[in-house]
Design a protein around this ligand. Structure first.
Ligand code: FES
Ligand code: FES
Length: 168
């Protein structure tokens, strides 16, 4: 069974020790997904698997046979940016850009978590069917994605701007 990466079918590596991150970067040359800590602490390697965010450095590629993976290359291209990519540019959501692909993949899946009603540590009403898109919620839910450049204010502004209709 193959793995779908940005709509393209790829065979799982023969070596079961290959991480999903190394499959993407080293075997497929999809270098948009970044290797930061390689131990689950920084979020730079975040990709979207069947709509959910996954740290690809902590996952073995063979686990994802039959699953559908979206990386930053699958979200947008230079000629047709994803709305969140455009918002990152407009709101100075990055400096060096190393954490940015992970931030964007994480945010896209995070918004769906809010829509599904998955509570976070700061959700005040656990029984409410609709969770607010407040900056506090966004900051808490994006706390697994570190930015060494400290572009956090721009990152949150870009996310809030992209989904402002949802927040109203
Ligand atoms: Fe995966 Fe840091 S590289 S969490
Ligand atoms: Fe440099 Fe986030 S933009 S680490």
């Amino acid at each position: 069974m193959s793995i779908s990466v940005n709509g393209q079918a790829v065979q799982a590596p023969e070596d079961p020790r290959v991480s999903l991150l190394d499959l993407l970067r080293e075997h497929m040359q999809l270098s948009g997904t970044k290797k930061g800590c390689n131990q689950g602490a920084c979020g730079a390697c975040t990709v979207i698997v069947d709509g959910q965010r996954v740290l690809s450095c902590l996952a073995l590629a063979v686990q994802f046979e039959g699953r559908s993976i979206t990386t930053i290359e699958g979200l947008g291209e230079p000629s047709s940016l994803h709305p969140l990519q455009r918002a990152f540019v407009e709101h100075d959501g990055f400096q060096c850009g190393y954490c940015t692909p992970g931030q964007i993949c994480s945010a896209v899946a995070m918004i769906e978590e809010i829509r599904r009603g998955v509570p976070s540590h700061v959700t005040s009403d656990l029984l409410s069917s609709s969770i607010s898109f407040s900056h506090e919620e966004l900051r808490e839910r994006m706390s697994g994605n570190l930015c060494r450049c400290g572009a956090y204010n721009g990152i949150i502004d870009a996310i809030a701007e992209t989904w402002k209709e949802a927040a109203e």
